[in-house]
Design a protein around this ligand. Structure first.
Ligand code: SAH
Length: 365
């Protein structure tokens, strides 16, 4: 049993069942045993792999996107380039290398990384120490200094805790984590329905609410409206309201059970882009997209970039470039699994009045 499981069992035995949001927050961020506090999650030896780890093209295009948005903002000096959940620092390193072709942008930058994981902070330090740029780390969005900013969040919002509600004959009941007869962690439902939840639904349907994600979005959107700038969100999720449980545990590249060994597996849920859009607009920000990741990368020129990289590549490198391209931007990757190009969505939130950021241009009629 993981040390966190022992602790959770004690907490539940003492205080009764906890919401899924509390469970997820502890499993991911408990100060001693949380997954994102104590583990090395990303990469072949970690539990999952992300777009910047698949190909340098992802970070490069994000860097050039940021430079273009900075120009549209009127080239503010300094510009805070902020990444939320920077993982191993790969995206930022690739972005800054690509940005060398825009030297005035590069010299305007101050880098801020929002990261709770000390192991990853050390990776980020190693990945970025040779850039010569000022870099500082922050534990939460609320700790970021003021100023005009471009913010990037790849696979950050999916690891913020969610609540789940299950429809029964008597209404919507919150899903809770409690203990079964053998004192093991188990899912159950709150005995009373949520009083003010009037949404229609069939018995058995599940509704997920990413309240933590919405709180972060509200905070960022208000900041962008006051101080200027843009936020780029890239994540897997849905762009129309939907029912269904998407909570998922992943350990060593395999799906695991969300209640097994808390603190040892990654827990994520699909991002509700409709809710994020609504929250950002309510704060007064402009919202562009979401567009599928494949569309966004294609519009930014990933195929042209891949062709350029292929020119100097060996046969095996060419095969790797083609495979990365299929995974990141393709509609099909040869397997039955959905590609990241289709499953992942890209959303931009900006201060009102900023021109449409690259990759979000509306389709011609
Ligand atoms: N963007 C990276 C990593 C994605 S994994 C990539 O694409 O490779 C999620 C990242 O968010 C990790 O760096 C993780 O440590 C960080 N993270 C997760 N929850 C966090 C929280 N509540 N506060 C700060 N960072 C968090």
């Amino acid at each position: 049993m993981s040390p966190l499981e022992t602790l959770l069992r004690e907490m539940i035995a003492e205080n009764g069942p906890m919401s899924l949001e509390t469970y997820m927050a502890l499993a991911l961020n408990h100060p001693a045993y949380g997954y994102y506090v104590s583990k090395m999650p990303i990469g072949r030896s970690g539990d999952f792999i992300t777009a910047p780890e698949i190909s340098q093209m992802f970070g490069e295009l994000t860097g050039l996107w940021s430079a273009a948005v900075w120009r549209a903002m009127g080239e503010p000096q300094p510009l805070r380039l902020i990444e939320l959940g920077p993982g191993r620092g790969t995206l930022m390193a690739d972005a800054l290398r690509a940005a060398q072709i825009v030297p005035d942008f590069l010299s305007a930058l101050v880098i801020h990384l929002v990261e709770s994981n000390k192991i990853l902070q050390a990776c980020q330090h190693r990945a970025l120490k040779d850039t010569g740029l000022a870099i500082s780390w922050h534990a939460a969005v609320g700790e970021l200094p003021d100023g005009q900013a471009i913010m990037v969040a790849n696979e950050f919002f999916d690891c913020l805790p969610i609540r789940q509600f299950v429809r029964t004959e008597t209404g919507w009941h919150e899903r809770l984590v409690g203990l079964n007869d053998e004192r093991r962690l188990s899912f159950g439902l709150a005995p009373n329905p949520v009083a003010d939840m009037n949404m229609q639904g069939e018995p058995g349907q599940v509704f997920e609410a990413g309240l933590a994600a919405s709180r972060v979005m509200a905070q960022i959107a208000a900041r962008l409206c006051r101080q200027g700038g843009a936020l780029l969100v890239i994540d897997y999720g849905f762009d129309a309201p939907q029912f269904g449980a998407t909570l998922q545990a992943v350990r060593s590249h395999r799906i695991a059970s969300p209640l097994d060994d808390p603190g040892e597996a990654d827990l994520t849920a699909h991002v509700d882009f409709c809710a994020l859009t609504k929250t950002a607009r309510a704060a007064g920000a402009a919202v562009h997209g979401p567009v599928p990741q494949g569309v966004w990368l294609t519009r930014l020129g990933i195929y042209e970039r891949a062709a350029k990289l292929r020119e100097k590549a060996s046969e095996s490198q060419k095969a790797a470039i083609d495979s990365a391209l299929r995974r990141l931007a393709g509609e099909e990757d040869g397997s039955s699994a959905e590609t990241m190009g289709r499953l992942f969505k890209v959303l931009a939130v900006t201060a009102p009045g900023l021109s449409i950021p690259p990759g979000f241009e509306p389709e011609p009629e």
